[in-house]
Design a protein around this ligand. Structure first.
Ligand SMILES: [Zn+2]
Length: 327
């Protein structure tokens, strides 16, 4: 999907929202006209107003006539809202309730894209990015602390804290949320917990992009060298949350090192959070990327050390034991 398609998808969503708001208002009006005696006449008077305005526009005494029409419309609206509240409805029940009060679901304010349109562009772009990656259905419910029960108490405690902190992070997420740096060997649950955060936030309507560092770098590199009008970098810099998995396993070039810095620094400058998971220790990160990248990763981030034995190995051995028992 190209940038124009992402834009068209976002505009389509906003326009549908506007139509839905209008349809709902028509249904509420129909209901009130039937339910409350006297309401139908007042509604008809109001909808007559625009015709009266058109008729008055061409006349010699239009200023006077328009003032009279306005006066009558105000009185009718007032009578209608009194009637509504008398019957237990909110006074603004018959107004159109747009989802975005800033742009009335048009997507534009003063000719510029509204915040809601930009948010939809981010969501459509994130959906495109995530479709390419393996956003498997990992949730907090399928994360089992049982795999860590044989660990020393301090390590088990750390894993329990990681789990609770990730849940809290997803529950309280906002643009002001801090960064997370998950450190530990492969197969200890880093990917599972970051995907659980991604899925929880996508469900809430945030734009979240999740991918491995290798895959992200590959896409950015392809775009860079094919000189295509790609928008991957912009999406990565502007989405609500960027999750980079397997940081440090990407192919190391001058391009990837500078791109990693651009991404981390760009998001920090924009005040937008990221989650990075890695098998590398802070010392190894410094050795490979230098102090600049290490400081961007660590500064202001919550460090989460992961402990345990490879869960995939534990799960596989448990399954083979079950099979042996059942035969
Ligand atoms: Zn808006």
């Amino acid at each position: 999907m190209l940038q124009e398609e992402i834009y068209a998808a976002a505009i389509g969503t906003i326009q549908q929202r506007r139509r839905d708001a209008q349809t709902e208002q028509e249904q509420r009006t129909l209901r009130i006209r039937q339910e409350i005696p006297g309401a139908a006449a007042l509604c008809s008077t109001l909808s007559e107003t625009c015709f009266s305005v058109l008729r008055a526009a061409g006349s010699a005494d239009r200023a006077q006539r328009l003032a009279a029409i306005r006066q009558r419309a105000q009185e009718t609206e007032h009578a209608l809202s009194e009637l509504l509240t008398a019957h237990g409805y909110p006074a603004d029940y018959l107004k159109i309730h747009y989802a975005c009060k800033k742009c009335d679901d048009t997507g534009f304010v003063g000719g510029k894209p509204c915040e809601c349109l930009r948010h939809e562009i981010g969501k459509a772009g994130a959906a495109r990015m995530n479709a390419r990656s393996q956003l498997a259905l990992c949730s907090f419910d399928t994360f089992s602390l049982a795999y860590y029960k044989d660990l020393p108490a301090d390590e088990r405690g750390a894993m329990e804290r990681n789990f609770a902190d990730c849940r809290r992070y997803a529950a309280n997420f906002s643009a002001q949320s801090g960064n997370l740096l998950m450190i530990g060997n492969t197969g200890l649950g880093k990917t599972h917990l970051s995907l659980a955060i991604a899925n929880a936030l996508l469900e809430k309507g945030f734009s979240v992009i999740y991918d491995s560092a290798g895959s992200l770098m590959h896409q950015l590199e392809q775009e860079q060298f094919s000189h295509s009008s790609g928008d991957t970098l912009r999406l990565l810099l502007e989405c609500d949350l960027l999750i980079i998995d397997d940081f440090g396993t990407e192919f190391e070039t001058r391009f990837t090192s500078s791109m990693i810095y651009t991404l981390l620094n760009g998001r920090i400058s924009a005040g937008l959070p990221f989650i990075v998971s890695t098998n590398l220790t802070p010392q190894e990160i410094r050795g490979r990327y230098g102090d600049r990248v290490l400081s961007r990763l660590i500064c202001g981030a919550q460090l989460m050390p992961f402990f345990g034995r490879d869960i995939r190995m534990l799960r596989a051995s448990a399954q083979s034991q079950d099979r042996r028992k059942s035969t």
